[in-house]
Write a protein that binds this ligand. Structure first.
Ligand code: NAD
Length: 492
C-alpha cells in the first residue's frame, strides 16, 4: 500500500551544513495504521547536533546574514513552490507517519506547510518599528527608533500531530526574520521534515541556514539542542511537561523561549444556540485528527434543558465516524499516532470507567478483522457523569474523547470552563450576541471561538495561558519573537 512513500524501506538522514548525514544509531519509523515499519531514521548524536549549531552560526555570519530582505523572501517563496512541486510525496509521507486521512493531509497539513513560508515571507516585508521624537533639556531633541535584527541560531522543536504544518509555522517566521535554524521533528514523524530538507537543498538555501536533526527528547537530539550554549532561542510545540524540561535546560544560557503547549479545552453549549450547528461544530472539535489537535475540545458543558438531546445527537455523530485506511475516501478518522499513545489514551478510558463514568459510546478498540487490527486505533468516545476532579476531566488525553457535564446558569458555565490548569482554547455556542461577547471575554484562554471552531486567521495572536504556553506567535507576534529590536538614539 505504501510503495509510493518516499524513502520507504530506506534511511532518513539528518541534514547538517548543507549535507545529508547518517549516524551509527538508527530507530524505526512505524506506520500506526498497521504497525509496519516504514523506514529507519538516523538518530543525531551530540556531535551531529554540535555540527548543526556551528553551521547555523557560520551561516548567520556568512551569505545569509548579508542577503537582502527581497532575496531572502524570494527564496522562502521558492521553498513553498518546492513543497508544492513534490506535493504528492509530502502527502504520502505524512499519511504513512501519522495514519491521517488522505483528505486531511491533502487539504490541511501540506497546503498549510507551503502557505506558512509565503505568509511570513510577505509579512516580514511590511514589518515596521516604532520611532519617537524625544525632548531633551537643551531643546534640540533626539530621535529614537528601533531596528529589527535576527535572534541568531534558533532551535525549532515540533510535535507529531500536525508534523509539517507545525514545524513550518515556526521555521518560516524564524527564517523570514533572518535567523538560522536547527529543526527537530518528533521521533514519531520524521518524514516530511526530511523532504523539507531536500526542498531546501533543491532551492539553493545557503549552507547552514536550515539544519535538521532527528531523535528523541531526553538524552538525545532534543536535549542536546536545548542545552547547547550556541543556541540563542528555542521555539517549541508539545506537551506542557516537556516545556518545563526545556525551560530548565535553556535556563543556563538564558535563551529566548516561545512555547505552544497542551490544552484541556472547554466547549460551552447554551440552550439558545443553533442546535445543529453546535452539534456539528462540537463533533468536529472533539474528533478531528482523532482528537490529536491541541485545540480539540475534551470538556463539554451543556445547558441542562438541552443536555439529553445534545448528548444523543453527539453520540450519533460519533457513531457515524468512519475509522479506517488513510487512502479510503470514506475515512474520517485514522489511528492514534502510536501504540504507546494508545496505551495512554486507553488508561484514561479505564480510569473514567473505574471512576463511575457513564459510557455514552465507544470506550475501547475497534475490531476490523484485517491488518488494521495491528494499528493504533481507538473508538470515538463520549463519557458523562463524572465530577470535575476526575482525572479524565482534569488532564489532557489527546484522543477522540470528551466528557459532558450539565450546567444551569451562565455564571456556572464560565466557572466550570475556567476551572482548569490549562488555558489554550474555548468554544462558546450561543445565538445571544451580548452573551457571546460577555462569555468569550471571560474565558481564561489564548483563543475563544464563538459558534465555530478552528477558524484560524494566521495574522492573529496564537498561544495559551496557564500551562498552555509562553508567549504568542502568529502574524507580527511571530516576527516580534524571532526578531531582536535594537534601539538607536540620535541626538539632533
Ligand atoms: P512532546 O512534548 O512529547 O514532544 C514534542 C517534541 O519535543 C518532540 O520533538 C520530542 O522529541 C521533543 N522532546 C521531548 N522531550 C524533550 C526534552 N526533554 N528536550 C527537548 N525536546 C524534547 O509532545 P508530543 O506528544 O509530540 O505532542 C503532543 C502535545 O503537543 C500535546 O500536549 C498537545 O496539546 C501539544 N500541542 C500543542 C500545540 C499548541 O499550539 N499549543 C499544538 C500541537 C500540539
Amino acid at each position: 500500500m505504501y510503495e509510493s512513500v518516499p524513502h520507504a524501506g530506506g534511511v532518513l538522514h539528518n541534514y547538517v551544513n548543507g549535507q545529508f548525514v547518517s549516524s551509527d544509531t538508527t530507530f524505526a519509523n512505524i506506520n500506526p495504521v498497521d504497525g509496519s515499519e516504514i523506514n529507519q531514521v538516523a538518530e543525531a548524536n551530540a556531535d551531529t547536533v554540535d555540527a548543526a549549531v556551528t553551521a547555523a552560526r557560520q551561516a548567520l555570519e556568512g551569505d545569509w546574514g548579508k542577503m537582502t530582505l527581497e532575496a531572502r523572501c524570494a527564496l522562502l517563496h521558492r521553498v513553498a513552490d518546492g513543497i508544492e512541486a513534490r506535493f504528492d510525496e509530502f502527502v504520502a509521507a505524512e499519511m504513512a507517519d501519522t495514519g491521517k486521512s488522505f483528505e486531511q493531509a491533502r487539504t490541511i497539513d501540506i497546503p498549510r506547510g507551503a502557505a506558512n513560508f509565503r505568509i511570513f515571507a510577505d509579512l516580514v516585508k511590511s514589518q515596521s518599528s516604532e520611532c519617537f521624537q524625544t525632548p531633551t533639556p537643551d531643546g534640540r531633541g533626539a530621535l529614537n527608533y528601533a531596528v529589527n535584527k535576527p535572534l541568531g541560531v534558533v532551535a525549532v522543536i515540533a510535535p507529531w500531530n500536525l508534523p509539517l504544518l507545525l514545524l513550518t509555522w515556526k521555521l518560516a517566521p524564524a527564517l523570514a526574520a533572518g535567523n538560522t535554524v536547527i529543526a527537530k521533528p518528533s521521533e514519531e514523524t520524521p518524514a516530511t521534515a526530511t523532504l523539507l530538507a531536500e526542498v531546501m537543498h533543491e532551492v539553493g538555501m545557503p549552507v547552514g541556514v536550515f539544519n535538521l536533526v532527528h531523535g528523541f527528547g531526553p538524552g538525545s537530539a532534543g536535549e542536546f539542542l536545548t542545552a547547547h550554549a550556541g543556541v540563542d532561542a528555542v521555539t517549541f510545540t508539545g506537551e506542557s511537561k516537556t516545556g518545563s524540561a526545556i525551560m530548565k535546560a535553556a535556563a543556563d544560557g538564558v535563551k529566548g523561549l516561545s512555547f505552544e503547549l497542551g490544552g484541556k479545552n472547554a466547549g460551552i453549549i447554551f440552550d439558545d444556540c443553533d442546535f445543529d450547528e453546535a452539534v456539528n461544530g462540537t463533533a468536529r472539535s472533539v474528533f478531528t485528527n482523532g482528537g490529536q489537535v491541541c485545540l480539540c475540545t475534551e470538556r463539554l458543558y451543556v445547558q441542562r434543558s438541552i443536555f439529553d438531546r445534545f448528548v444523543e445527537a453527539l453520540k450519533q455523530k460519533a457513531e457515524a465516524i468512519n475509522i479506517g485506511w488513510p487512502l479510503d475516501e470514506n475515512t474520517d478518522m485514522g489511528p492514534l499516532i502510536s501504540h504507546k499513545h494508545r496505551d495512554k489514551v486507553l488508561s484514561y478510558f479505564d480510569g473514567a470507567k473505574a471512576d463511575g463514568a457513564k459510557v455514552i459510546t465507544g470506550g475501547g478498540v475497534p475490531v476490523f478483522g484485517d491488518a488494521r487490527d495491528g494499528g493504533a486505533f481507538v473508538q470515538p468516545t463520549i463519557f458523562t457523569g463524572l465530577a470535575e476532579n476526575a482525572r479524565i476531566v482534569r488532564e489532557e488525553v489527546f484522543g477522540p474523547v470528551c466528557h459532558i457535564t450539565p450546567f444551569d446558569t451562565e455564571e456556572e458555565a464560565v466557572a466550570l470552563a475556567n476551572n482548569s490548569n490549562y488555558g489554550l482554547a474555548a468554544t462558546v455556542w450561543t445565538s445571544n450576541l451580548q452573551r457571546a461577547h460577555r462569555v468569550a471575554q471571560q474565558m481564561e484562554v489564548g483563543i475563544a471561538w464563538v459558534n465555530t471552531w478552528y477558524l484560524r486567521d494566521l495574522r492573529t495572536p496564537f498561544g495559551g495561558v496557564k500551562l498552555s504556553g509562553v508567549g504568542r506567535e502568529g502574524g507580527v507576534h511571530s516576527l516580534n519573537f524571532y526578531s531582536e529590536p535594537t534601539n538607536i538614539c540620535i541626538k539632533l
